[in-house]
Design a protein around this ligand. Structure first.
Ligand SMILES: NC(=O)C1=CN([C@@H]2O[C@H](COP(=O)(O)OP(=O)(O)OC[C@H]3O[C@@H](n4cnc5c(N)ncnc54)[C@H](OP(=O)(O)O)[C@@H]3O)[C@@H](O)[C@H]2O)C=CC1
Ligand SMILES: N[C@@H](CC=O)C(=O)O
Length: 804
C-alpha cells in the first residue's frame, strides 16, 4: 500500500484537480494499492480563516463566503455540498452574533475545507469508474482536546484505521480528509500546521505502508531555492536526519512531526510534483547514501538581537535569564552565538517578535544597565539566516572564503556539534548573492566568474573572441564558466547578466549606452553577480581612476594597460593597500613582454630571495620588429614602421612606442616589482621622434612617417660594420637601494650578439642575478601582437578564476 498525499495547490481549480484525479486513476489501473490523503483545495483554509475573522468582527463576511462556495462548485456539475455549506453558514452566523469564536469552533469551520475536497475527489474518481470511498478522518484519528494543535491518541487511532481498512481493502481507494480528527467526545479537532502531511504519515505508520508520496508543485527538494539560485539542483535522496535539518529551515513537509511516524516504521517519503509526472522527485529514507553537503536553507523574516556588555564576563546565569525572559513571552530563539569572552550574545528571533524581545530583555537587565554591566541591546532587522545542511567545519573554509572574497562578511555563525550544519546570519541585501556564492562553491560543478571588459579594440576584441571560442572547453576542463556580463568602450556599454554572445560588436554599436563606472558596479550588485573581475584593455590614463572604486566594490583586476603601474609611486602603493584591504588581486602579466611569463618569473625570483642585479633587453615588440627588419632589409624606415602598426604591435598611438614611453613604462614596472620606488621621471629615455613631430594628432603624425626616413637611414649607415640597431631597456645599479638606474635607448650591437640575433617582433629579457652570475636567465619570444597579448590576459583571468 502506498499513501498519496495531495496539497492545496495540486487540488486547485483548473489543471490541478483534474491532474490529481488522473494520477490516482492511472495508479489504480496499474494495479497499485493506494490510499489518498487530501488537503483543502487551493487557498480554502486561509479563506475560511479570513471569513471567520470577519464574522467575529461583525464585518460583512458573506460576499467572501459566497465566493468560497462558488469556487468549490464552479467547475463541477452535479456536486452537492449543501451539508458542508449549511454547517459553515450556521457556524459563521453564530460567530457573528457572539462577536468571538473559540479554537473549537475554528476547527469545525476549517475542517469543512478538507471534507469538501475529499468528497469532490471521491465523486470525480467514481465518475471514472474507480471504486473510491470518502473517508472522514474524524471517524478514525482520535486526539486529545487541544483544539488547533491536537495530539493523536495513537493506540485508539491505529485500531480505528486498521479496522476501517480491513473493511475497505482490495481495490477500493480510500480518499481521506487530511488535517482533521476528533476527540473522544466526537468533537472536531485539527492537527495544527502541516496537518495533512501528518495525517498521511500517521496512516502510513498504522498501515505500515510501502511509501508515502507527497505531491506538491515542485519536483522535489533542491540544493537551494531555485527562484534565488538558478544553478540549484534537485536532490535525489536524503536521509531523515538531513531532512529534519531542512525542515527546521523552512521545508514544512519535512517537519519532525511528519517524519517521526515514518522513521518508526522505516517508510520512505517521496516528494513529487503533481504537474510533472515524469519526475522521480526526492526520496527520503533512513539510509545516508551519499555523504556531503546536501542543501542550503534560508530563514527569512527574522531579526538579530545583540546583547552587549563588558560586565557579562564570568557572570553566572546570563543566558538562562535571556531564555527565561523570552520564553515567558513565548518568543522562540532560532539561532544563538556567544563569544567566548561572553561580552556579546547574538541571537535570532522572528522579526515580528524582535521589538517585544528587546523590551523584555531591557526589563530583565535593567539593573545590569545601571551597573554598566550591560551596555546595549540592539536589533538588526534586515537579516536572514542561511544554513548549510550537511556542512562540517573541516571544509567550511571554502564557502566562507568565497563569501569573504565576494565581500560578504557574515554577522554571526554557528554550527551543530553532532549534526552537520553550519548556519550564518547575513544581511538581507546580501542574501541573494551569498546563496549563489555558497552554492557555487559547494554544489556547482562549474564556478561562475563574472567579467567586465573595458576596451574592445585590438587586444580587448581579440580577448572576447578567444573567450567565447574557448568557453565550452574551459567549462569542461576547468569547471569554470566565464560570463562576460558587460563590455564597454570609452563612450558606450552593453550589459547582459547571462553573458554576451558572438553578436556583441553589433550590440554595442546598436544598443550601447553611455555609462559611468557606478553603473557597472550597480548592475553587478543588482544582479547579485559573484566572483567579479574587471579587465582593462584600454591605454587610458582616465580609466585607471576606476581601479580603486572597482576594487572596493569587490572586483579583482586584470590589465593589459600599463598606465596604472606607472603613475606616481604613491598611487602604486595606495592601489596595493586597497587590494590588500579588500582581499582582491591585480594581475598584469601582459604589461611587460605581452604573453611572455616575465612578471611572474621576476616576482618569484625576488620573493624567493634571489638577488636580481640587472635586467636588460629589447622590451618593445613593435620597436623590435621595426629595427630588426630595418637593419636586415633594404627598405624605408616608414614602410617598416607602418607594417608594425598594421600588425597591431604598436600602442593605439604609435608615438608612445617611438618616444620611448612604452619601454620606459615596462622598465619601471619591472623595477617596482623589485621593490624599487622609482618614478617615471627617473627613467632616462631616448626619444626616437624628432621634436617637430612630437605634438599634434596621431592621424597627422601617421601621414608624416616618411619624414623619419632620412634620419634613420643615416643612423643605420653610420654603424660599425656587422652591427645592427636595437632599442633597449636597461635596469642597473645597486638594486638593493631604494632606486635603480633606468635607461631606455637606441644602441648598435654586433649582429652576432644575443640582442643582435633577435628576429621578428620578439622581445628578449636578460635577467642577471647573484646566483646565476654572468649567465643571465633569458626569456625570449613574441613581445607584441593582439593574439599573444589577449592570450596573456586570458591567462591572468583564468589564474584568478582558478583560485580556491
Ligand atoms: N598590442 C600589443 O601587442 C599589446 C598591447 N598592450 C596594451 O593593450 C592595451 C590595448 O591596446 P589595443 O587593443 O591595441 O588598443 P585599441 O586602441 O585597439 O583599443 C582600446 C580600447 O579601449 C577603449 N577605451 C579607451 N579609453 C577608454 C576608457 N576611458 N574607458 C573605456 N574604454 C576605453 C577604446 O574605446 P574607443 O574606441 O571608444 O576609444 C578601445 O575599445 C593598451 O594599453 C596596450 O598598451 C599590452 C601588451 C601588448
Ligand atoms: N606597443 C607595445 C605592445 C606591448 O606592450 C610593444 O610594441 O611592445
Amino acid at each position: 500500500m502506498k499513501i498519496l498525499k495531495f496539497g492545496g495547490k495540486s487540488l486547485a481549480n483548473g489543471k490541478g484537480i483534474h491532474t490529481v484525479v488522473d494520477i490516482i486513476h492511472d495508479k489504480v489501473k496499474n494495479g497499485e494499492k493506494i490510499t489518498v490523503v487530501l488537503s483543502a483545495r487551493g487557498n480554502s483554509t486561509d479563506e475560511l480563516e479570513e471569513i471567520l475573522e470577519k464574522a467575529s468582527k461583525n464585518e460583512n463576511y458573506k460576499d467572501q463566503l459566497n465566493a468560497f462556495k462558488n469556487y468549490q462548485i464552479e467547475d463541477f456539475e452535479n456536486t452537492n455540498f449543501d451539508s458542508e455549506f449549511n454547517t459553515l453558514d450556521k457556524l459563521f452566523e453564530g460567530v457573528s452574533l457572539l462577536g468571538d469564536y473559540s479554537k473549537r469552533i475554528k476547527d469545525q469551520v476549517l475542517s469543512q475545507g478538507e471534507v469538501i475536497s475529499a468528497k469532490l475527489v471521491t465523486q470525480l474518481l467514481q465518475k471514472k469508474n474507480i471504486k473510491a470511498n470518502f473517508t472522514d478522518a474524524r471517524e478514525l484519528i482520535k486526539t486529545d482536546e487541544q483544539f488547533g494543535e491536537a495530539q493523536p491518541l495513537n493506540d485508539l487511532s491505529k485500531k480505528n484505521v486498521i479496522t476501517h481498512f480491513q473493511k475497505y481493502n482490495g481495490s477500493t481507494v480510500n480518499v481521506v480528509t487530511g488535517f482533521i480528527a476528533s476527540n473522544t467526545k466526537k468533537e472536531t479537532t485539527t492537527l495544527g500546521r502541516n496537518g495533512s502531511n501528518y495525517t498521511a504519515s500517521l496512516l502510513a505508520n498504522y498501515l505500515e505502508a510501502e511509501e508515502l508520496q507527497s505531491y506538491t508543485h515542485v519536483n522535489g527538494i533542491y540544493t537551494a531555492n531555485p527562484d534565488l539560485v538558478p544553478g540549484a539542483k534537485k536532490i535525489e535522496q536524503l536521509s531523515f536526519n538531513e531532512a529534519n535539518e531542512l525542515a527546521y529551515f523552512g521545508a514544512n513537509i519535512l517537519h519532525a512531526k511528519t517524519i517521526i511516524p515514518l522513521i518508526e516504521k522505516n517508510i520512505p517519503l517521496r516528494i513529487l510534483n503533481t504537474f510533472d509526472r515524469d519526475s522521480e522527485g526526492t526520496v527520503i529514507t533512513s539510509e545516508v547514501r551519499e555523504k556531503g553537503i546536501k542543501s542550503l536553507s534560508v530563514l527569512e523574516n527574522v531579526a538579530l538581537i545583540n546583547l552587549q556588555g563588558r560586565g557579562l564576563l564570568g557572570k553566572v546565569g546570563v543566558d538562562a535569564r535571556i531564555f527565561r525572559a523570552l520564553a515567558h513571552k513565548n518568543i522562540n530563539v532560532s539561532f544563538i552565538s556567544q563569544g567566548s569572552s561572553e561580552r556579546g550574545i547574538g541571537f535570532v528571533v522572528n522579526a515580528d517578535k524582535s521589538k517585544e524581545a528587546k523590551d523584555v530583555l531591557e526589563q530583565e537587565f535593567e539593573a545590569d544597565f545601571q551597573k554598566h554591566d550591560v551596555s546595549a541591546i540592539s536589533i538588526e532587522d534586515e537579516v536572514s539566516v542561511v544554513s548549510i545542511v550537511g556542512q562540517d567545519l573541516s571544509t567550511f573554509h571554502k564557502p566562507y572564503n568565497a563569501l569573504i572574497k565576494n565581500q560578504i562578511t557574515p554577522l554571526l555563525f554557528n554550527n551543530t556539534v553532532n549534526g552537520k550544519n553550519v548556519s550564518l546570519v547575513v544581511r538581507k541585501a546580501q542574501l541573494h548573492r551569498a546563496l549563489n556564492v555558497i552554492h557555487g562553491e559547494i554544489f556547482e560543478i562549474s564556478k561562475k566568474v563574472n567579467l567586465a571588459i573595458f576596451g574592445h579594440g585590438l587586444v580587448g576584441g581579440t580577448l572576447i573572441d578567444q573567450m567565447l571560442q574557448s568557453a565550452k572547453q574551459i567549462e569542461k576542463r576547468k569547471n569554470i564558466v566565464l560570463n562576460i556580463f558587460t563590455v564597454a568602450n570609452s563612450k558606450k556599454v552593453v550589459f547582459d547578466k547571462d553573458g554576451i554572445d558572438t553578436d556583441w560588436k553589433a550590440k554595442i554599436d546598436k544598443e550601447g549606452k553611455s555609462y559611468t563606472i557606478e553603473d557597472i558596479i550597480k548592475f553587478a550588485d543588482e544582479h547579485h553577480l559573484e566572483n567579479l573581475i574587471a579587465i582593462d584593455n584600454t591605454a587610458s590614463v582616465d580609466f585607471t581612476k576606476n581601479y580603486i572604486p572597482l576594487v572596493t566594490h569587490g572586483f579583482d583586476l586584470v590589465s593589459s594597460n600599463k598606465v596604472a603601474n606607472t603613475l606616481s609611486f604613491d598611487f602604486y602603493k595606495e592601489l596595493r593597500a586597497k587590494l590588500d584591504k579588500n582581499q582582491k588581486q591585480y594581475l598584469y602579466e601582459t604589461n611587460v613582454g605581452a604573453g611572455l611569463p616575465l612578471i611572474d618569473t621576476i616576482k618569484l625570483l625576488h620573493l624567493s630571495g634571489e638577488n636580481i642585479t640587472r635586467i636588460k633587453g629589447i622590451f618593445s615588440g613593435s620597436l623590435s620588429y621595426l629595427f630588426n627588419t630595418f637593419s636586415s632589409e633594404e627598405r624605408q624606415f616608414s614602410e617598416v614602421l607602418q607594417e608594425a602598426i598594421d600588425k597591431g604591435f604598436t600602442e593605439p598611438d604609435p608615438r608612445e612606442d617611438l618616444c620611448g614611453n612604452d619601454v620606459a613604462r615596462k622598465l619601471l614596472i619591472l623595477a617596482r616589482e623589485l621593490d624599487l620606488s622609482n618614478e617615471f621621471e627617473d627613467v632616462s629615455i631616448q626619444n626616437l621622434i624628432p621634436e617637430y613631430l612630437r605634438t599634434g594628432e596621431t592621424s597627422s603624425f601617421l601621414k608624416r612617417l616618411p619624414e623619419l626616413n632620412e634620419v634613420y637611414q643615416k643612423v643605420k649607415e653610420e654603424q660599425k660594420p656587422g652591427c645592427v640597431l636595437r632599442y633597449i631597456g636597461d635596469l642597473w645599479g645597486d638594486l638593493s637601494q631604494q632606486k635603480g638606474n633606468l635607461d631606455v635607448k637606441l644602441v648598435s650591437v654586433p649582429k652576432s650578439s644575443a640582442l643582435g640575433q633577435v628576429k621578428g617582433s620578439d622581445s628578449i629579457f636578460e635577467i642577471y642575478t647573484e646566483s646565476y652570475g654572468d649567465q643571465p636567465i633569458v626569456i625570449q619570444g613574441a613581445g607584441a601582437g593582439a593574439a599573444v597579448t589577449a592570450r596573456g590576459v586570458f591567462g591572468d583571468i583564468l589564474r584568478l578564476a582558478d583560485r580556491e
